[in-house]
Design a protein around this ligand. Structure first.
Ligand SMILES: [Zn+2]
Length: 307
């Protein structure tokens, strides 16, 4: 029995195939059209491709989207062209196996907890720095998703009270300072060029990345007071390409604004270890951990190591 995990991003979908033990035995990716048909098509195509050699009995799908609290559908996925889409039922009908949905920030956190740099952590905080900033918290082995499914939206933690308006309706959110989009805007060029220029010593580029790091440190100062983490991990394309240029200012800012400093030691901010497939791996692990009823329905999917 094998499991497939698929991460559907803005224009590409990446898939991994795990065997019974959780080992990666295949991977694939495809571009897709960003609308509900494109998203469904690409998931079906990737599952067909990867299930040629193995009998796949569960599929996990990670999406850059806000999901319904019960994880059966997408509420809003602006970058995917999705709105009010009952995605789980549609995919179950087409694939004929149980399907688990989760947002990409949570899926990334779950991958790091189950098989990455956060394994064994009691309270894991994960920030995925890509086009936006995804967040995830794994508390005692379970994703913290909140009462309405929007828990751990750490990219929308306010770091500047007088900051600009965010797409979420808030102001001064972390995502406005620490995402790839924010870094590109601050340095006036594409993110990849910013990172390359910063490595060559360009002060404006270094400043943009350090600004992202400081915003992360400030956000973490607040997160620490709420959840007291023992692992804090950064992942995503921006964190991986500019790790030390972001990690050092983030750590310094966290030390500067650490609450409870009489009793807490600053937790080390580290790079995640699941790489670019983190969200796909996390989706697969969530599918593996899900409780499936005898009728083939997902009855519990947030992961629970106690079961
Ligand atoms: Zn926001």
């Amino acid at each position: 029995m094998a499991t497939i995990g698929i991460d559907v991003g803005g224009s590409k979908a990446a898939a991994v195939l795990l065997d019974e033990t959780g080992a990666v035995i295949g991977s694939e990716w495809r571009e897709h059209a960003s609308d509900q048909f494109g998203v469904v098509d690409v998931v079906v195509a990737l599952v067909e491709e990867l299930s040629r050699s193995e009998h796949v009995d569960r599929v996990g799908v990670s999406l850059a989207a806000w999901l319904t609290p019960d994880r059966v559908g997408v509420l809003i996925g602006a970058n995917l062209g999705l709105e009010a889409t009952p995605l789980q039922a549609r995919l179950v009908e087409l694939l004929g196996v149980p399907v688990v949905l989760e947002n990409d920030g949570n899926a990334t956190a779950y991958a790091e907890y189950t098989r990455g740099a956060g394994s064994g952590s009691r309270m894991l905080v994960s920030l995925a720095l890509g086009t936006g900033v995804g967040g995830g918290i794994v508390a005692d082995g379970r994703l913290l998703t909140g009462a309405n499914g929007f828990g751990a939206e750490l990219g929308h933690l306010q770091v500047e009270t007088d900051g600009p308006a965010c797409v979420c309706g808030g102001f001064g959110c972390l995502e406005l300072y620490a995402s790839g989009r924010a870094v590109a805007a601050a340095a006036g060029r594409p993110t990849r060029q910013v990172v390359a220029a910063a490595r060559d010593g360009d002060s404006e580029a270094r400043g943009a990345l350090a600004g992202a790091g400081r915003a992360i440190g400030r956000a973490l100062g607040r997160i620490v007071a709420v959840v007291d983490p023992d692992a804090v991990l950064l992942s995503g394309s921006l964190a991986e390409s500019a790790s030390e240029l972001i990690l050092e200012p983030a750590q310094a800012e966290l030390a500067r604004c650490l609450p409870l400093s009489a009793v807490l030691r600053p937790v080390a901010i580290r790079l995640g270890s699941c790489g670019r497939d983190a969200a796909a791996l996390g989706a697969a692990e969530l599918a593996r951990a899900a409780v499936i009823s005898s009728g083939g329905e997902v009855t519990e999917q947030r992961g629970d190591t106690n079961e």
